[in-house]
Design a protein around this ligand. Structure first.
Ligand SMILES: [Zn+2]
Length: 443
């Protein structure tokens, strides 16, 4: 029950409680997990990633934070034996961890060193909203149900799940639990209190083919291929920002990408190109409508908009037999080049039900992930990928936290790799030690 009492407290308070716990451990009581967090460590002979390269250093972990200053008391010295230390990895787009998570769901993330996660659309529980567990090594922020129009993708997807018996809900229960149908401002007025009452960490909206919004909104041939209206988008952003919540948007085309920038969306949850041609409701095969313009890339950089890659989630780039394979890969390669040239904040997220961000980083790099048979896109070098995965992505998920860097005063969260990932990116899989806020984790 103590976990529930602690829930919602800020990290500083948890640390001060840990101090109390360690004082208490002077008596015969066995040390608690919080007392372990205050254990001070000395890490010798490690090579620490400074954002550009690995440099030898001796770091200490004191009260869950990194320091280069030797504390008076050291509980344990850990010899890193020349191994490579990086901040933990992150996943900015998944639906694979429930609220609250099960141990089974967390297992692959702990194993792969992915400690910061963004769930871009999850089921809202029927009872009280579960608090997050401050002791969990994997920290997850949740969108809850996304805001979608009638006949939008989340509606179709969830109704199908009910029909197949994969969801223990009736179709009538879906609106308000799996998604919120918002066709106009009147719907938003009615549903907004319920959306906030379910305590989202951010708001997720479904945009799609906004250039044909009027044409598609009521035509049954565009069910599953439509998004919310421009007016609803603007109003959601205004209301979310007024209560301190960020807005993340599903998009399909470059026009959707543009609409997000104009409306002030904080996070664009995909690159354009999830579906093209007939699958997207178009009769032609031109890829022009998925190509982001130089001016929009410049605008995204200027606004600091976060853009999540999710290249693997669309699946088109991994099925070489599909007629969409080559054109979709071209769309991603061109857009990533344009956004990179403008220094847009690109972050790693997979939207991959069969896996995690691990598959996404390998797809974006130059060397294939052993055994998955997927041809990499080759759009980022190892250094860029490592920085995106360990720094830009965690900082995008938890802005304001001292994470994503191995520096004085930052949280003592890191992974120890047996080989240098800048030489061989495959070394990101060779994790020999995991630390989270000053605690050693079992793999
Ligand atoms: Zn998604």
């Amino acid at each position: 029950m103590r976990r529930i009492n602690l829930a919602g407290l800020v990290a500083a308070l948890i640390i001060s409680l840990s101090h109390l716990a360690s004082l208490a451990s002077v008596s015969e009581r066995p040390p608690t997990r919080d007392a372990l967090a205050t254990k001070s460590y000395e890490f010798t002979n490690g090579q620490w990633f400074d954002g550009n390269r690995f440099v030898p250093a001796t770091f200490y972990s004191v009260a869950g934070h990194l320091t280069l200053r030797r504390p008076t008391k050291i509980d344990s010295v850990i010899d890193l034996k020349g191994q490579y230390v990086v901040p933990p990895f992150a996943e900015a787009h998944t639906h694979n961890i429930s609220r609250p998570p099960t141990q089974e769901e967390l297992k692959p993330y702990i194993q792969q060193g992915i400690f910061y996660v963004m769930n871009q659309g999850n089921l809202i529980s029927a009872g009280p909203i579960p608090a997050s567990d401050p002791d969990s090594p994997v920290e997850v922020v949740y969108a809850n149900g996304p805001l979608t129009p009638s006949g939008g993708h989340p509606v179709v997807l969830n109704e199908r799940a009910v029909e197949r018996g994969n969801l223990k809900l009736t179709k009538a229960e879906l609106d308000g639990r799996a998604f919120f149908v918002v066709d106009d401002i009147a719907d938003l007025d009615r549903k907004w209190p319920g959306i906030l009452a379910a305590k989202p960490d951010f708001i997720k909206v479904y945009l799609g083919f906004i250039e044909e919004y009027e044409k598609r909104k009521a035509d049954p041939s565009y069910v599953d291929k439509r998004g919310i209206s421009p007016a609803v988008l603007r109003e959601v952003v205004r209301r979310a920002h007024a209560v301190g919540l960020r807005v993340s948007a599903h998009i399909e085309t470059a026009a959707d990408f543009h609409a997000c920038l104009v409306a002030g969306v904080d996070i664009i949850a995909h690159l354009p190109g999830l579906r093209i041609g007939a699958a997207a409701g178009f009769s032609d095969r031109s890829i022009d409508r998925w190509i982001i313009s130089e001016s929009d890339a410049g605008l995204a950089a200027k606004k600091g908009t976060i853009v999540i890659t999710t290249v693997i989630g669309g699946k088109k780039v991994i099925n070489s037999k599909s007629e969409d394979y080559a054109p979709t890969r071209e769309i991603y390669q061109r857009n990533i080049a344009t956004l990179s040239n403008h220094r847009v904040r690109l972050v790693i997220g997979s939207d991959y039900y069969e896996g995690t961000a691990l598959a996404e980083v390998f797809l974006l790099g130059h060397q294939p992930l052993l055994g998955d048979g997927i041809e990499p896109l080759g759009v980022f070098d190892n250094l860029t990928l490592l920085k995106m995965w360990t720094q830009t992505t965690p900082q995008a998920i938890f802005p304001g936290r001292k994470i994503g860097r191995l520096r004085e005063g930052y949280e003592a969260s890191f992974l120890v790799l047996s080989g240098n990932p800048l030489d061989d990116f495959g070394n990101v899989r060779h994790i020999t030690m995991r630390f989270k806020q000053g605690r050693a984790l079992a793999g």
